[in-house]
Design a protein around this ligand. Structure first.
Ligand SMILES: C=C1C[C@]23C[C@H]1CC[C@H]2[C@@]12CCC[C@@](C)(C(=O)O1)[C@H]2[C@@H]3C(=O)O
Ligand SMILES: O=C(O)CCC(=O)C(=O)O
Ligand SMILES: [Fe+2]
Length: 355
């Protein structure tokens, strides 16, 4: 069985695209980190603050009996929503944020001990998408797949346990929430459990869903208009569950509207549709283009849980959604094949598998 780290290991990236800047030591944004101001992707272009509910992603209460219909509407129109009453305790959210903060506040030379290897998938470093952009991001990350013990030991040889326990507990709770959400999402697509010809999907996801946890840190920046926290991208997951600290920064792109900020709501989790769900839903749900911008005074943290399918499983538009006049718009492929296409072509990957 191919693990997620193996699937990523097959696509090495250069070391200079992994090593983050020592953000503590800079007074101004170096040229290597200054993003063009002119194009639509510039950090300051056309951002809408969600002062009006038409310009903010829906808030969905997981206990609401009409949650499935709300999920469908949110995923069709926005590709994202904020989830409340999700049952993950605020203590755990605080703990995971605290541990992430503790990690990123280590001195740069200490963090370098857990640097991701060029052919690796886990550990400290820049975002995987870095090689696709000619400027660097104002960001450092730490990727966990399964146990974080090996890297945590590199960072804290004598007291790595607290970090590992919190990360393990968080991943366990996220997995349970993701499994609930998956059923809700399938229900929202009118697919009953029995009807799933790809019941292999639920089966596979129960046995060996491919998941990853990404801690993101965006240090405060001397000139936030010039810098980019995390460049525009879609996630490769089925969906991603994101906990953001209380600082603004996440923005999602809405056609015809522009970049819309996702305001932090205490204890709510942001759920966004990833590419695999986009394929599975035959593009009824949209994997949402999103990015993170930075802040002059506060540094910002986020913790993303990617919930995907096993690398060796097959993904295709659900048969319930195709037929009767609806043609599949994507071909069927192995998840690891899609990961490879994403690693090589980034945002072009989806169009490459269109029928
Ligand atoms: C399981 C995943 C999902 C990854 C790759 C791998 C581990 C790290 C994830 C991220 C986290 C930061 C944004 C992103 C775009 C990136 O550069 O690395 C994500 C990517 C994806 O969604 O493709
Ligand atoms: O920091 C954020 O709000 C976004 C993080 C993100 O998009 C990711 O980790 O994939
Ligand atoms: Fe993302």
């Amino acid at each position: 069985m191919t693990t997620l780290s193996e699937a990523y290991r097959d696509h090495p990236i250069h070391l200079h695209h992994i090593i983050p800047l020592d953000f503590d030591s800079v007074q101004a944004v170096p040229d290597s980190h200054v993003w063009p101001q002119s194009d639509k992707y510039s950090p300051s272009s056309g951002v809408l603050l969600p002062s009006d509910e038409h310009f903010s992603i829906p808030i969905i209460d997981l206990m609401d009996p009409t949650a499935a219909a709300r999920v469908r509407h949110a995923c069709e129109t926005w590709g994202a929503f904020q989830l409340t009453s999700h049952g993950v305790s605020s203590c755990l959210l605080e703990d995971v944020e605290h541990e992430a903060r503790r990690l990123f506040s280590l001195p740069a030379r200490q963090k370098m001990k857990a640097l991701r290897l060029p052919s690796g998938a886990t550990g400290y470093g820049l975002a995987r998408i870095s090689p696709f952009f000619n400027k660097f991001m104002w960001h450092e990350g730490f990727t966990i797949m399964g146990s974080s013990a090996d890297h945590a030991r590199e960072l804290w040889p004598y007291e790595y346990k607290r970090f590992c326990d919190v990360m393990d507990n968080y991943q366990t709770k996220m997995k349970a929430l993701a499994e609930r959400l998956l059923l809700l999402i399938l229900e929202s697509l009118d697919i009953s459990k029995e009807e799933m010809n790809y019941s292999s999907l639920v089966h596979a996801s129960e046995k060996g869903a491919c998941t990853a946890l990404q801690l993101n840190n965006y240090p405060s920046c001397p000139n936030p208009n010039q810098a980019m926290g995390l460049a525009p991208h879609t996630d490769t997951s089925l969906f991603t569950i994101l906990h953001q600290s209380d600082t603004m920064g996440l923005q999602i792109f809405q056609d015809g509207v522009g970049w819309v900020s996702v305001c932090p709501i205490a204890n709510a989790l942001v759920v966004n549709v990833g590419d695999l769900l986009h394929i599975l839903s035959n593009a009824r749900f949209h994997s949402v283009l999103h990015r993170a911008v930075v802040n002059q005074t506060q540094h910002r943290l986020s913790i993303a849980y990617f919930y995907g399918l096993p690398a060796d499983s097959q993904v295709s538009p659900a048969s319930k959604l195709v037929g009767s006049g609806q043609l599949p718009i994507y071909r069927s492929l192995m998840v690891k094949e899609y990961i490879k296409m994403k690693a090589e072509h980034l945002d072009k990957a989806l169009s490459l598998i269109r029928i």
